[in-house]
Write a protein that binds this ligand. Structure first.
Ligand SMILES: NC(=O)c1ccc[n+]([C@@H]2O[C@H](COP(=O)([O-])OP(=O)(O)OC[C@H]3O[C@@H](n4cnc5c(N)ncnc54)[C@H](O)[C@@H]3O)[C@@H](O)[C@H]2O)c1
Length: 332
């Protein structure tokens, strides 16, 4: 039987890329997104689409029920929906808790009611906080330094409890992404967050002249040029890992967590230099003080995903990743 995957947040950046990959791999796909931060035009027309808050139990129950009655019951979930702006998370705790924990909890209740056994969750490097060792392995201490990371860790724990229920037969994979970047090769979908806080799209928007002054936060970190170091991973490589995780779960793989990154760290200033080289623009960079909740260095050890899921990033070069994001940003 064809598997049917519910993709929450499928109108957002990473979810919309996952939907295309699932459809290409011939999965049946249902997308749920309330479109507050996603885009209707990102939803592939071959997916069933419901504009709905995943916390709306009545409407969500109706969606599961309807697909079941059509003879194509949902049998797995990819859960992308959530709040992502770490910098806003302290000030907007209620909304982060609602979207990242409470909505997920309700989704798990429905999964139990409809006997959905497999779940792939978008977790984050933010669960590690300020790491003691670089590169970071999955068994590192989990001590988030921002509320966003706390909510993601909270839901990972919730998944662990669900998977430990006797007779439930539930299994999950939590994928801890480092910094997603890049766009679909068609340049039809890409990174597009309202109030963009991520570095690469912001720097590219500065190169387009949409941002006149590019603030960077903290130049006194213990790194080679004093700016924060991050590990950038192409969105298509992330999506490949999701499909492998799904196959792993359908193949009776046990619940687990995996880091997804390239294992190479780049400073904020290095990213800006690469963008200047690619776009031929010189940017007006303004050095500001550190922001709270930004760890100095986050670089992944993804060897576990490589050995257990058989995942190999196909676009590890940061220049290629930024080129692909630039094609999306400079689309007509
Ligand atoms: N972008 C990154 O670099 C990154 C890094 C680590 C983890 N993540 C995680 O990956 C996931 C996807 O990130 P993204 O960059 O695609 O974000 P995004 O904001 O582009 O997509 C999230 C989508 O979920 C929808 N959504 C949110 N709450 C909802 C709700 N209650 N009901 C229905 N729809 C809802 C939004 O409208 C949006 O379309 C998030 O969970 C995020 O925490 C992202």
């Amino acid at each position: 039987m064809k598997h049917h995957v519910l993709v929450t947040g499928g109108a957002g950046y990473i979810g919309s890329h996952a939907v295309r990959a699932l459809l290409a791999a011939e999965y049946e796909v249902t997308v749920v997104d309330f479109l507050k931060r996603g885009h209707l035009e990102f939803v592939h027309p071959d997916a069933h689409f419901f504009e709905c808050d995943i916390g709306d139990m009545a409407m969500m129950r109706g969606i599961f029920q309807q697909q079941k009655e059509k003879g194509i019951p949902i049998d797995a979930v990819m859960h992308f929906a959530g709040r992502i702006e770490a910098g806003l998370s302290a000030a907007e705790r209620d909304d982060f808790f609602y979207n990242n924990v409470a909505c997920g909890e309700r989704l798990l209740m429905l999964c139990e009611d409809f006997n959905v056994k497999h779940f792939v969750f978008s977790s984050t490097a933010a669960v590690y906080g300020e790491p003691e060792e670089i590169p970071i392995k999955e068994d590192a201490v989990l001590r988030p330094v921002n509320y966003y990371g706390m909510t993601k860790l909270e839901f990972e724990k919730r998944l662990e409890i669900e998977a430990s229920k006797p007779d439930r037969g539930f299994s999950y994979v939590a994928l801890r992404y480092f910094n997603a970047a890049g766009a679909h090769e068609s340049a039809e979908i890409g990174e597009w967050h309202p109030h963009e806080s991520h570095l690469i799209p912001r720097v590219l928007q500065a190169a387009k002249g949409e941002i006149k002054r590019l603030d960077i936060y903290g130049t006194d970190y213990p790194t080679k040029d004093g700016t924060c170091v991050r590990d950038y991973i192409h969105v298509q490589d992330l999506v490949d890992a999701h499909l492998l995780a799904l196959e792993y779960l359908f193949g009776a793989g046990k619940s687990d967590v995996f880091n997804l990154g390239n294992g190479n760290g780049f400073t904020v200033k290095e990213v800006i230099r690469i963008v200047e080289e690619i776009t031929g623009k010189t940017l007006n960079v303004v050095e500001e003080l550190r922001r709270e909740g930004d760890p100095a260095v986050l670089v992944a050890d993804s060897s576990k995903a490589q050995s257990i899921l058989g995942w190999t990033p196909k676009h590890p070069d940061l220049k290629d990743i930024i080129q692909s994001a630039w094609r999306w940003e400079s689309r007509g």
